[in-house]
Design a binder for this molecule. Structure first.
Ligand code: PLP
Length: 392
């Protein structure tokens, strides 16, 4: 365990004592390679898109599944100084890695949590009058003007102050005397769909409501808002998924570099006759005599069961060098079968690897086949891979 322990195993370590990075390749489900150079370049590209704003990084959910211990040092090196997490436990891990970072916790201030925020020098994103009163009172008692953000709801209807609550708050300026309002933020619901009418509505409402509060840096943009630019960027942008190579805006080419590569081991190859079926449920019947490779990854590793293939619907595709091999039948917990009939023999070797996710078949390609989004693919990547970070 490293110094960042306490909230779960550090990146690259399975629960228990054995680090997957100490295992031989045949002891794991495969390789998960995180390209830290691509990660840093993605962040720098996002920064270049909004030159007048500060560029933060959202690293909630263990940095979208890629490991806080891998991602935070790389982003710090790239120049990132502001990090957003969802929960306080994540903030403590970021604090252990980056002692100087500004860290915001999106979930806000739970009752009794203010001492923990104070102790770890973490900033709550205050989303209700009660939270603001609590933080203000805490800062008054300690005599320290600690920073916090205020979250205004402009259409998401989840967290944040309503328009009426902003009015009430505007009538209570004394609350702002004791703490430092370091950010006023809101969150876009539909920025992945640039033409959605809610986008312009949210920008207008955000600008109207934050005018009622003391002057403070403002932030609205997630990855999609950062890429759309213009009226969304304000003083600070909060990209998440785009840093990790995911597609933020639908219906246009993804400008980011892939960061994740997942490879499964080839356990064996075999021949199966036309007319037979493969795997649970006999979900797909072979149309031809088929050469198959059985691979070491399944839904327990985050390869979604919904990406299986049936007679009616094609599923995911894996790659042997540049040669595609479609999945046959259902995705099992630990295994998938792929059709390698058209792949030259020399690329398909027992003990070798097949690429499941990478440049050819991306995180978003898998998401599309499985009826989900790249975010869910990233945050579902399992703990049985040998995780490797490369930098350049
Ligand atoms: C997750 C999140 C982000 C980042 O969103 P992406 O779409 O991953 O860029 C930004 N702001 C808030 C409030 C979030 O919850």
């Amino acid at each position: 365990m490293t110094s960042e322990s306490g909230t779960g195993p550090p990146a690259g370590t399975a629960a228990g004592d054995i680090s997957l990075s100490d295992l031989k390749h045949f002891e794991t489900a495969g390789r998960l390679t995180i390209d830290l150079k691509a990660l840093k370049e993605n962040w720098r590209d996002l920064k270049a898109m909004s030159p007048h704003a500060e560029t933060a990084a959202v690293v909630k959910a263990n940095a979208y599944g890629l490991g806080l211990g891998n991602v935070v040092p790389a982003l710090w090196e790239a120049g990132c100084r502001v990090f957003f997490v969802a929960i306080l436990a994540e903030a403590r891990r970021v604090r252990a890695i980056a002692p100087e970072a500004k860290i915001y916790v999106l979930d806000g201030l739970a009752p009794d949590a203010h001492h923990t925020y104070h102790l770890h020098n973490v900033r709550p994103v205050l989303g209700s009058l009660t939270e603001i009163e609590t933080w203000s009172a805490h800062c008054r008692e300690t005599g320290e003007k600690r920073a916090a953000a205020i979250h205004i709801d402009t259409g998401m209807n989840r967290l944040g102050l309503t328009a009426e609550e902003v009015e009430v708050l505007a009538g209570r300026p004394e609350l702002f005397e004791h703490f430092r309002l370091s950010l006023v933020m809101s969150h876009l619901a539909c920025a992945d769909t640039p033409n959605h009418s809610l986008n312009a509505y949210q920008v207008a409402l955000f600008d109207e409501l934050r005018d009622k509060l003391p002057v403070a840096p403002a932030s609205l943009a997630n990855s999609a808002g950062t890429i759309l630019g213009g009226p969304y960027t304000h003083d600070l942008v909060r990209p998440g998924v785009a840093i990790y190579g995911g597609r933020a805006v639908a219906g246009r080419p993804n400008p980011m570099r892939p960061v994740v590569r997942v490879e499964a081991r080839v356990l064996r190859t075999r021949l199966a006759e036309a007319g037979t079926t493969v795997g649970y449920g006999a979900a797909q019947r072979l149309k031809r005599d088929t050469r198959m490779a059985i691979l070491s990854v399944g839904y327990a590793d985050g390869y979604f069961r919904a990406a299986g293939s049936t007679d009616a619907k094609p599923g995911g595709v894996v790659y042997f060098a540049d040669h595609p091999a479609p999945i046959i039948g259902r995705v099992s917990m630990d295994l998938i079968a792929v059709d390698v009939t058209d792949v030259p023999n020399r690329y398909v070797n027992t003990g070798g690897y097949a690429e499941l996710l990478g440049e050819r078949f991306t995180v978003d390609d898998l998401a599309d086949r499985a009826g989900t989004i790249g975010y869910e693919v990233l945050t579902s990547l399992g703990q049985r891979f040998h995780r490797i970070c490369k930098d350049g």
